[in-house]
Structure formats: structure tokens, C-alpha cells
Design a protein. Structure first.
Length: 275
């Protein structure tokens, strides 16, 4: 089975089983970790493992952010790879979206693609489109699924993403979305878009503009996005990410159990909205 169909099939099967779009983000920022993690031999992996074991039955996808791992060099990369391997062992039915936001020349992208899709065998990867089409093709030619940064959830996203392209009569993020839709027609089932849940009207318009593209939606939870509004705007071909509001809901020794309760709560809310 190719990686493209693997991601789509895994996600859609999981979505229908759970009646949910919840993606659980793994962002183990060391300073915010519970003390029980900091005292472990491998703090970052201890945190990721605990969250994985306590919340996997509520996840339609995982989104580990590699920055929080690679900060610790080779030990951090090993923790990341151990997490991916453990996820495959415990819950192979849950797809993994590596949040690395890679974006480089084609020959460099080829190496990134081989690491993520051949060595690690993750199901999807976030990428930056700024360097253009040829920087994205290596991921697609290997059969990988990519979520391309479109309109991100951070406060300064509009600095560039909302610049108006006069000859297109559109904002930059809209032009990016159109080009990614064209690319997806060449590589069916391999291209999606990152759209922040903090931009409800833009999210709604992008969904109307591209009804079939898969959206990865950060911004729910700690960043303030409203679940009901996001759900109404985004449609079923969307993955709604929540990180800190679930995984760092508590720094007590039983933080895993608290994360389980928070994930279950979000799952219940999504079940009520799912149609």
C-alpha cells in the first residue's frame, strides 16, 4: 500500500470509527513538562510515551512536533524515533503527521523525504511551500502525503500570508491554496493544506474554494479556536489538532490520566458535532 493511500485510508477509517476529527499534538516543551518526566532518564520520551498510552483510543491522528525533540540533539532524535516506533506498535491504526515544516531545494527535500517516508515511515509531513513546486515534488514522488502551510494559526501569520496579490485579486494564502489544489489533481490523495482554526471566516471560504482538500487545523484549545465554529467551517475532510490543552492539562504525577480525561471530553464534544 502506498503512503498516500495509507494516510487517507487510516484517517478516514479512524474518523468514521470514532466519529471525530481529533488529532493529538505531541509538543514536549521541556520547561513545561511535569516533574516526573524531568526526573526520568529520557524526559521527552517519557512524556510522549505516557500521552500515547493514555490517549491513543481518542486520536484520529498524531502530530508530533519534531522541534521539541531535536532540541536535544541525537538523544532527542532517538526519542522521536522511539515514539514513532511505539505508536506503530500500540496503535498502528492511527496515522502520524510529522510536524517538521520542511522547505528547501529539491535535492535537500529529497533527503528529508527519504528520512520521514522511508526511514521513519510516517504517514504525512508538514512542509513550507515558499520555495515553490520543485521543493515539494520529492515528497510526492516518494508517495508521501504533505500538509502545506497555507494560513497558519500564529498571530503574525498575516505578515506575509495575507498580502494581496494584485494580478490574482487574491491573498497569498489563497493563491497557495489554489496551486496546492492543482498539485493535488496531479498527485491525488497526497496534498493537503494547513489552515489555522483561529481564522474562521478564511477557513470557511477556503473550504468552499477547495471542498475536497484535506485540511490540518491547528489553533483549537490553547490558542483559542472555538471547536463548534471550526467544526462547522471545516467539513469532514479535516484534522483538528489539540496539543497543550490535552497533553499539558496537568503537571501532576498523574498527568497522563488527566490527558485521558481531556481527550475523552473533546471526543464527546466532537461526537455531538459529527454528521
Amino acid at each position: 500500500m502506498s503512503l498516500k493511500s495509507n494516510f487517507v485510508n487510516l484517517f478516514e477509517t479512524r474518523r468514521e470509527k470514532l466519529k471525530s476529527l481529533l488529532c493529538i499534538g505531541i509538543d514536549p516543551e521541556f520547561e513545561k513538562l511535569p516533574e516526573i518526566c524531568k526526573q526520568a532518564d529520557d524526559p521527552i520520551f517519557h512524556f510522549a510515551e505516557t500521552i500515547l498510552k493514555n490517549t491513543h483510543k481518542f486520536a484520529t491522528a498524531w502530530k508530533p512536533n519534531i522541534a521539541f525533540f531535536e532540541r536535544f540533539g541525537s538523544k532527542g532524535y532517538l526519542a522521536f524515533e522511539k515514539y514513532v516506533s511505539l505508536s506503530r506498535e500500540i496503535c498502528p491504526e492511527v496515522p502520524i503527521i510529522a510536524d517538521a515544516k520542511r522547505g528547501d531545494l529539491a535535492n535537500t527535500s529529497k533527503e528529508y523525504a527519504k528520512y520521514f517516508f522511508q526511514t521513519l515511515k510516517v504517514d504525512a509531513l508538514t512542509v513550507n511551500p515558499y520555495m515553490g513546486r520543485d521543493s515539494l515534488l520529492p515528497y510526492l514522488d516518494l508517495g508521501g502525503f504533505i500538509f502545506v502551510l497555507g494560513l497558519t494559526s500564529n498571530p503574525s501569520s498575516g505578515d506575509f500570508q495575507k498580502l494581496e496579490i494584485k494580478n490574482e485579486s487574491a491573498y497569498l494564502f489563497e493563491v497557495v491554496s489554489d496551486q496546492m489544489a492543482n498539485l493535488e489533481s496531479e498527485y491525488p490523495g497526497q496534498v493537503g493544506l494547513v489552515v489555522g482554526g483561529t481564522h474562521i471566516s478564511e477557513l470557511e471560504n477556503l473550504r468552499k474554494r477547495h471542498p475536497h482538500l484535506y485540511f490540518l487545523i491547528p489553533g483549537f484549545g490553547a490558542q483559542g479556536g472555538d471547536l463548534k465554529e471550526i467544526y462547522k467551517a471545516c467539513g469532514k475532510n479535516s484534522i483538528i489538532n489539540s496539543s497543550r490543552s490535552i497533553t499539558l492539562a496537568s503537571v501532576a504525577n498523574n498527568f497522563g490520566e488527566i490527558a485521558n480525561e481531556k481527550a475523552k471530553e473533546v471526543q464527546s464534544q466532537m461526537n455531538q458535532l459529527f454528521s
